[in-house]
Design a protein around this ligand. Structure first.
Ligand SMILES: NC(=O)c1ccc[n+]([C@@H]2O[C@H](COP(=O)([O-])OP(=O)(O)OC[C@H]3O[C@@H](n4cnc5c(N)ncnc54)[C@H](OP(=O)(O)O)[C@@H]3O)[C@@H](O)[C@H]2O)c1
Length: 94
């Protein structure tokens, strides 16, 4: 089965301890990246959830590596991040 390659956007405990774990348990999904505004925070988060890649914005995501973004952001950020991801042709879960 082809797996959807997700990037988790946001580094909160909810994102890493709950949502990332859920993605990793899925048989049709894999967590391949963390997106954080801060590269060091993103790196630490990626190590915590064993994600191989880190990006610092939606625009920086390598589409050869990622199929979709899972947005775990403050509510006012949902629309701008979702629109930016959709404009890049990425799937979006908010
Ligand atoms: N917390 C829960 O238990 C819980 C439960 C159910 C649903 N939710 C929902 O999940 C969503 C996220 O909640 P959360 O508790 O994870 O939020 P949060 O603690 O505020 O985390 C927001 C994350 O968004 C990133 N971010 C990107 N742009 C930001 C900006 N302009 N300002 C602040 N943070 C920004 C931050 O990561 P970087 O700084 O690394 O970029 C941060 O880790 C919300 O829609 C909330 O309703 C949360």
């Amino acid at each position: 089965m082809t797996k959807v390659r997700w990037a988790m956007v946001g580094t909160s405990g909810f994102a890493l301890d709950w949502l990332a774990r859920g993605i990793k348990l899925g048989s049709n999904a894999e967590l391949v990246a963390i997106v954080s505004r801060d590269a060091e925070r993103g790196k630490a988060a990626a190590q915590k959830v064993d994600a191989p890649h880190v990006f610092t914005s939606i625009e920086a995501i390598d589409k050869n590596l990622v199929d979709g973004v899972f947005l775990c952001l403050p509510n006012p950020q949902h629309a701008p991040f979702a629109i930016a991801a959709a404009q890049r042709g990425l799937h979006v879960i908010c």
